[in-house]
Write a protein that binds this ligand. Structure first.
Ligand code: SF4
Length: 76
C-alpha cells in the first residue's frame, strides 16, 4: 500500500467526514471519541506497524494510522 496515494483531507468526501491526518486535531468534532484514530477503526485495513493503509470508505487511497474521520467505528 506504500505506493498508493494518501487521501487528501481536501477531497470532497474526506472533507465532508472531517478527515484529518492527525486525530489530535479532531478533538473539536462533536462525534470525536477520546483516543480514537484510524489505527483502531474497523475500516482501517492495515497492520499495526503501517503508517498508512487502505480504508474501506476511500477506495484507491491510503489513510494515516494517526488520522481520524467522523465515520470512525471501533475495530470489531
Ligand atoms: Fe480512518 Fe476509519 Fe475514517 Fe477510514 S473510516 S478514515 S479508517 S476513521
Amino acid at each position: 500500500a506504500d505506493d498508493m496515494a494518501h487521501l487528501d483531507p481536501n477531497d470532497p468526501t474526506a472533507k465532508a467526514l472531517g478527515y484529518t491526518e492527525d486525530a489530535s486535531t479532531a478533538k473539536g468534532n462533536p462525534v470525536y471519541k477520546a483516543g480514537s484514530s484510524c489505527q483502531g477503526c474497523n475500516f482501517f485495513k492495515g497492520h499495526s506497524e503501517m503508517a498508512y493503509a487502505p480504508c474501506d470508505l476511500f477506495p484507491n487511497k491510503v489513510v494515516s494510522a494517526k488520522g481520524w474521520c467522523a465515520s470512525w467505528t471501533q475495530k470489531a
